[in-house]
Write a protein of this length. Structure first.
Length: 235
């Protein structure tokens, strides 16, 4: 009977080992069990130098896994004002955090790059002082190009073609100018485009709505400020 029990145990262990060797982790959509807690705690230690759970942690996980984290174990020392990871602090140790920071795909994700294009800011008090303030705040991640959008697309298309773009159209406020900017942004692969002043200037709304219908975008007009048209690529 003992021999039979050992044979069954060995068969089960063998089946487990074969299953583990053949399992392709890439076929699993996300982390399981408590894995998300361990991973996010280590990432928080690596990137933020703390073990607090904040919006940055959530966005970082979403960028890497493309799904929301499941099974997070959190606790709060102050009645909900602050959330921290609910696993022992020794689990996400500093050596692993350092390794993660140096080898994680997150290391290659660049911060957003903002490019403002305007030949001559008009009607805005102290416009260039504001531009300098934005430059000091965002440093190398902000660029101001004093030129028309036509000039920008002629000169810098190749420089921005590889980027994941959110385009904002707020140019000369003519239907013709709006259409040119929409066409240029579509050629660059922009999947989201905002068009300003669509309620204040209904012809801009019509141009944006028609362009969306003809070029594979969804269109929604938002009653914010003077109206904002939102175009999102259907695929």
């Amino acid at each position: 009977m003992k021999i039979f029990s050992w044979v069954v145990l060995l068969l089960l262990l063998g089946a487990t080992l074969v299953g583990a060797l053949r399992f392709d982790r890439r076929s699993w959509p996300s982390l399981v069990g408590d894995e998300a807690t361990y991973m996010m705690a280590a990432q928080s230690l690596a990137w933020d130098h703390d073990l607090r759970y904040e919006k940055a942690d959530y966005r970082r996980f979403l960028d890497e896994w493309h799904v929301a984290p499941e099974g997070l174990i959190l606790q709060s020392p102050d009645g909900g004002k602050t959330l921290v990871y609910g696993k022992p602090a020794a689990y996400p140790d500093k050596k692993f955090a350092t390794f993660l920071r140096e080898h994680s795909p997150m290391r290659t994700i660049q911060p957003p790059r903002m490019i403002s294009i305007d030949p001559e800011p008009m009607g805005v008090p102290n416009a260039f002082a504001g531009i300098e303030l934005i430059k000091r705040t965002f440093r190398e991640n902000f660029e101001f190009k004093q030129m028309t959008s036509v000039e920008f697309f002629d000169k810098f298309t190749e420089d921005v073609r590889h980027l994941r773009l959110l385009g904002i159209v707020d140019g000369d406020h003519s239907p013709e100018g709006c259409l040119k900017d929409l066409i240029a942004l579509e050629k660059l692969g922009a999947r989201q485009i905002l068009v300003d002043d669509t309620n204040w200037l209904p012809p801009l709304k019509r141009v944006a709505e028609t362009f969306a219908a003809e070029h594979g975008y969804n269109f929604m007009n938002l009653d914010l400020y003077n109206g904002v048209g939102l175009l999102t690529a259907k695929r």
